[in-house]
Design a protein around this ligand. Structure first.
Ligand code: M6R
Length: 359
């Protein structure tokens, strides 16, 4: 039920702080230990490489998951679009472990890969929001997202829940491997900080609504840019905006701007930069200067440590590896308001289905 909300998408954006808190309750014991099946951790620890397979928004959550697995737990991780993997699989390592990310648990492209993986006898984990869904039943292990039903076609809370569950899995795996840095990473406390930060962001909707009105109401196209983990967020932000507002949107690595995309920047083109990493903040800022000089309308979403005066959204502080959980929120709201301002049914974008059960 959407209750007092005009649309499910807004309700689901607003539910994200609560989902983070639920995940802390579901996955952490009082003493801080994690409730994940020892068999799953054992199977994971035998792997020499992880293969994350997903589609759409879930694929974008996988891109963030790769950062978490590689940076925190030091295990090589590849992320693949399911429909590509199915017909053009990569060369596999000796001991692969597969992780399927799927909100619905019914995506045909992902299922097709799981069927192939099962036929080859490799272990797999499905991370899904829907218990007893096809990919839950067919994978070796399952972790649930506990996000509550997601009704709007545009996925929001499942994306952040996927990233949080991946972070919990990385923590459990890293601890089992005896990694000191992972042991010291107080993830339950960080996720609580994330929940509070998300709450601050969803309470400040007015700012984003105004930017949407100024930048997106009549535009034909828009660009998101970022580097590293912010690039992963830029790709998801672009998908969100295009699917509900029909604005042609691209999310790209900001260093790539000068290699082609800058040709598309003209007077009034909206460019939204996500800047959270101190190491690359100066570079991305200079990219925004390049587009400003060509007349672009620039919006900057930055984390507190690298914020500058004039940035439209400054994110509350969290561990940098969890920054996507916050930086995505204003972009979800931008998509929502852009769709409404253009007069569309934001919950049911044209040509799209909530779960894509055909290849
Ligand atoms: O249920 P799944 O997570 O497997 O769905 C994957 C995609 O179809 C889905 O994320 C799609 O891209 C959404 N419309 C994104 O908002």
């Amino acid at each position: 039920q959407k209750g007092a909300y005009p649309y499910y998408m807004l309700k689901e954006i607003d539910e994200q702080p609560g989902v983070m808190r639920t995940l802390v309750q579901e996955y952490f014991n009082e003493d801080g230990s994690i409730k994940i099946d020892a068999d799953l951790l054992n199977a994971l620890s035998q792997a020499d490489r992880l293969y994350v397979v997903a589609a759409g928004t879930s694929y974008h959550a996988g891109l963030v998951g790769k950062e978490l697995f590689e940076k925190l737990a030091k295990i090589p991780t590849e992320v693949h679009v399911a429909s590509e993997f199915a017909y053009n699989p990569p060369l596999l390592s000796e001991k692969p472990f597969f992780i399927f990310l799927t909100q619905s648990g019914e995506t045909a492209d992902s299922r097709q890969v799981l069927t192939q993986v099962n036929a080859q006898g490799y272990p797999s984990l499905t991370i899904t929001n829907v218990k007893a869904s096809t990919l839950d039943r067919e994978a070796t292990y399952t972790l649930l997202l506990h996000a509550g039903p997601e009704i709007a076609v545009a996925s929001t809370k499942a994306y952040t829940a996927q990233i949080a569950v991946l972070a919990i899995l990385v923590k459990a795996y890293g601890e089992a491997k005896g990694l000191q840095a992972v042991k010291e990473f107080d993830l339950a406390a960080e996720l609580t900080k994330v929940a509070n930060g998300m709450q601050e962001l969803v309470d400040e909707k007015g700012t984003v609504e105004k930017v949407a009105k100024e930048m997106l109401e009549t535009t034909r196209n828009a660009f998101y840019l970022g580097r590293g983990i912010d690039y992963a967020v830029a790709q998801e932000a672009a998908l969100k905006l295009k699917e509900v507002s029909y604005i042609q949107t691209e999310g790209f690595a900001s260093g790539e701007l000068k290699h082609g995309t800058i040709a598309l920047i003209e007077e009034g083109t909206p460019v939204i930069a996500v800047i959270t990493n101190p190491k690359t903040a100066t570079h991305t800022r200079s990219n925004t200067q390049e587009v400003l000089a060509r007349g672009a309308n620039v919006m900057i979403i930055s984390s507190r440590g690298v914020a500058q005066e004039g940035d439209q959204v400054v994110l509350p502080d969290v561990n940098p590896l969890l920054s996507p959980l916050l930086s995505i929120v204003p972009t979800q709201l931008l998509a929502y308001y852009a769709s409404l301002q253009r007069g569309y049914d934001v919950d049911k974008p044209r040509n799209l289905a909530k779960s894509v059960t055909v290849e």
